[in-house]
Design a protein around this ligand. Structure first.
Ligand SMILES: [Zn+2]
Length: 328
């Protein structure tokens, strides 16, 4: 009797080990950890840190606007199959909660921006008659009613990735989340993240050097929506936008009149298009003021592989090149 009890215990241990093994297997599809990110910049970072150990899908693809994204039933299936979900947070993906619910996912969620210092408006710190001071916070809060767009509607800027120092925080969070989801991959994730951090450190230095070549009085640009506040705070360029933190709210006639007045008063040298944002507003302002169009900045999305901003580092380098060329 005692002998058969021992046998049962041994069998149970074997069964438990087999179950644990099966669970570890299902966390990795085709030998890879199945990760879903909300948008393309996070996808790039997960791919950089995860390397060969991950299979990563970005829900909002290159060139698409994550602010106003409408998830599809296919997205719900993708999220449902994910073993790890990575989001920006700071109210950026107002649609993500409902999508996660619809998918019935049990996967852990990494909020990649956790730990960054959120930028409340207005910034850079307003000087009399300058920059964001023409847009009081109530105007920025006129998003979708009920605050369903999250913090973007409450006036916190979600575009924290536009600071390379913040990017280092994002990448640390992604590295730690991957290690929690796939502990055997720890060395890979730590090694890849460390190499990428060095790339980010070089990028940060290069941006500072490039901005230093612009005469201080000319470090002002106009963009469509207010996506460059963290860049502005880190690198000392004033960005003035016709739209708020989200593209959900269109610029009013009063906003546009204010921008036109500012361009004239302050001799702002250049306006920029943004990818994924309607270019007509910038064209109209350029036509009315005679200000030059500096090109296209990439704020919320990367391009396809053949484009000029296929990775985060390429995106930042492209933006700085465009800004320096237009303002120098
Ligand atoms: Zn945005």
């Amino acid at each position: 009797m005692r002998r058969s009890l021992a046998a049962v215990v041994v069998v149970s241990a074997v069964v438990l080990a087999a179950i644990a093994g099966a669970q570890a297997q299902t966390a990795r599809s085709g030998g890879k950890l199945n990760v879903v990110t909300s948008f393309s910049i996070l996808r790039d970072w997960v791919a950089k840190v995860g390397g060969d150990r991950v299979e990563v899908t970005g829900l909002v693809g290159p060139g698409a606007d994550a602010h106003i994204y409408a998830p599809t039933p296919r997205d719900a299936r993708i999220v449902g199959a994910a073993k790890l979900i990575v989001v920006n947070g700071l109210g950026f993906e107002g649609w993500m909660d409902r999508l996660a619910q619809a998918s019935a996912t049990k996967a852990p969620v990494i909020v990649a921006s956790a730990g960054v210092a959120p930028q409340p408006p207005p910034y850079p710190p307003p000087q009399a008659g300058e920059g964001k001071s023409i847009f009081p916070p109530p105007l920025l809060g006129e998003g979708r009613v009920g605050g369903r767009v999250g913090n973007a509607a409450a006036g916190i800027d979600p575009h924290a990735w536009q600071s390379v120092r913040n990017a280092e925080i994002y990448v640390s969070n992604i590295r730690d989340g991957l290690i929690r989801a796939d502990p055997p991959g720890r060395v890979t994730y730590e090694t890849n993240a460390a190499a990428y951090m060095q790339e980010l450190a070089c990028l940060d230095v290069d941006i500072r050097r490039a901005v230093a070549t612009i005469p201080p009085a000319r470090r002002k640009v106009i963009t469509t929506h207010d996506a460059f506040g963290y860049f502005a705070a880190d690198y000392g360029i004033v960005f003035i936008a016709a739209q708020g933190f989200s593209t959900e709210t269109e610029a009013s006639a009063r906003d546009i009149a204010g921008i036109i007045r500012l361009i004239r008063e302050q001799h702002i040298p250049a306006l920029f298009f943004e990818n994924a944002v309607d270019p007509r507003l910038v064209r109209r302002i350029a036509a009315e003021t005679g200000a030059g169009i500096g090109g296209t900045l990439f704020s919320d999305t990367l391009t396809i592989a053949a484009g000029p901003a296929a990775t985060y580092v390429d995106m930042m380098r492209h933006n700085v090149r465009e800004i320096v060329d237009a303002l120098k």
